[in-house]
Design a binder for this molecule. Structure first.
Ligand SMILES: Cc1ncc(COP(=O)(O)O)c(C=O)c1O
Length: 428
């Protein structure tokens, strides 16, 4: 997507902004399909691709990825509910994440999910206990934190972290693994970080994960049915551009898979959130005010860090790049100005971009932020300042397939009956 919307895109967006209000998230399911097909086509034969709902739990997106043959990776009761509601069979769901409560493990088992990634001894023993109580066997992947880090914007392995077992810890504690009756140890889960730098970094991470698989398969003297090598497939965030060329991965991935020895017959699983849905989404906003302060030009939008990149204020998300949708803006002579683009929240952290060169903007103009289909709305500070969440529209070829809005505001809360009883007994 370039800095200027095409006339077709601009006209479509203008009509939807008129109907559903501004700001508006627009997701093109055609893009989701394209990305999923591209990635599925280049993975080694027999691999499975898990869609990580944390990137975007919008049901229309999850449903399409389910239909296209992806499995689901979920990390919360909410993501699980979406996955099941859009048709992922429970046996195609992997429940991951540190800090899973006994209650959520119990509920997931109750919903038929038996695939879990265990992040620690306690997590593993909790899954084991819950499975025994439910009289089922949980199929568990041990999440491993490899010794070396990947080249990632947000490395989650190879450094001290809350994620997974350190490689050495697992080997030293292997006798503990033998004592679990409620779980079947299926293999390993190695997720090294999101937004890996490029194809080379991605292939290096997969290679490292496969090597860890080989080493642990030997050290634990255990066959692995599955080696989940994670992903981290990169795509630009909130700025124009495209991600890596998927086709370039096919040959090298096949070679890496073929080099395996001890794990040669293990199924390979890959995970992706960002790459599958980043390009599908754009946040369309409207300019509310244009003002000057101490020599700087400010463009105030009707959307801010409560709708996109709430973590940018914490320095974890880069400032964004924008596109402009006013007809003729791209041809206005000498019209580029340096502006700070800010949102409507009462904090200086509510800033999308500093010193960005944009055509001169006026109140009422539409500005869009591309590549926000992943880690957009639900990775933002949606509760901050109590402004309503934007409507989300999913379409295919301009035909609207779903229109929804995240729930907003407070609802009264009734604790479950057991908790009421406990608190009454404690009060006595
Ligand atoms: C365990 C796990 N799997 C998958 C993902 C999705 O990563 P990405 O969106 O980079 O594909 C994440 C992201 O944090 C993760 O923690």
């Amino acid at each position: 997507m370039s800095t200027f919307a095409s006339a077709r895109e601009a006209a479509r967006a203008a009509a939807w902004l008129e109907t559903y209000g501004s700001p508006l998230y627009v997701y093109d399911l055609g893009e989701v399909e394209l990305r999923a097909r591209e990635l599925l086509a280049v993975l080694p034969a027999g691999s499975r691709l898990l869609f990580s709902l944390k990137a975007n739990p919008l049901p229309a997106i999850a449903a399409r990825l389910c239909q296209l043959g992806c499995d689901a990776e979920v990390s919360s009761p909410g993501e699980l509910a979406v996955a099941l509601s859009v048709g992922f069979p429970a046996e195609r769901v992997l429940y991951t994440g540190p800090g899973k409560s006994a209650e959520e493990v119990h509920r997931a088992l109750g919903a038929g999910v038996t695939g879990f990634s265990a992040e620690s001894w306690l997590d593993l023993e909790r899954i084991d206990r819950a499975a025994r109580a439910a009289r089922v066997r949980a199929r568990v992947l041990l999440r491993v934190n490899p010794n070396a880090p990947p080249v990632a914007r947000l490395a989650m392995s190879g450094v001290s972290s809350q994620f997974g077992f350190d490689e050495t810890e697992l080997v030293e504690g292997r006798a503990r693994l033998a004592s679990l009756d409620g779980v079947e140890l299926m293999g390993l889960h190695i997720y090294q970080g999101t937004q890996l730098a490029d194809a080379q970094a991605l292939l290096a991470a997969v290679q490292q994960a496969l090597e860890v698989g080989e080493a642990l398969c030997g050290a634990l003297e255990m066959p692995f049915q599955v080696v989940d090598v994670g992903g981290g497939f990169p795509w630009p965030f909130a700025t124009p551009g495209v991600g890596l060329e998927a086709a370039a991965l096919q040959g090298p991935l096949a070679l890496l898979a073929a080099r395996r020895q001890r794990t040669a017959s293990s199924a390979l699983w890959f995970e992706s959130g960002r790459w599958l849905c980043a390009s599908s989404g754009a946040l369309w906003t409207t300019v509310v005010d244009v003002k000057r302060s101490k020599g700087k030009q400010y463009v105030v939008l009707d959307s801010g860090i409560h709708h996109l990149g709430g973590m940018s204020g914490l320095g974890r998300v880069p400032l964004v790049g924008m596109g402009v949708a006013r007809a003729g803006a791209e041809t206005e002579p000498g019209a580029l100005e340096e502006v700070n683009v800010v949102g409507p929240l009462c904090t200086p952290l509510d800033c999308f971009a500093r010193n960005l060169k944009l055509p001169s903007l006026r109140p009422g103009d539409h500005v869009f932020i591309p590549n926000v289909g992943a880690y957009g709305l639900t990775a933002s500070l949606t509760g901050f300042l109590s402004r309503p969440p934007p409507v989300e529209v999913a379409h295919r070829d301009g035909v609207v397939l779903s229109v929804s809005r995240l729930r907003w505001g407070h609802e009264s809360y009734e604790p479950p009956a057991t908790a009421r009883l406990r608190s009454k007994q404690e009060a006595r």
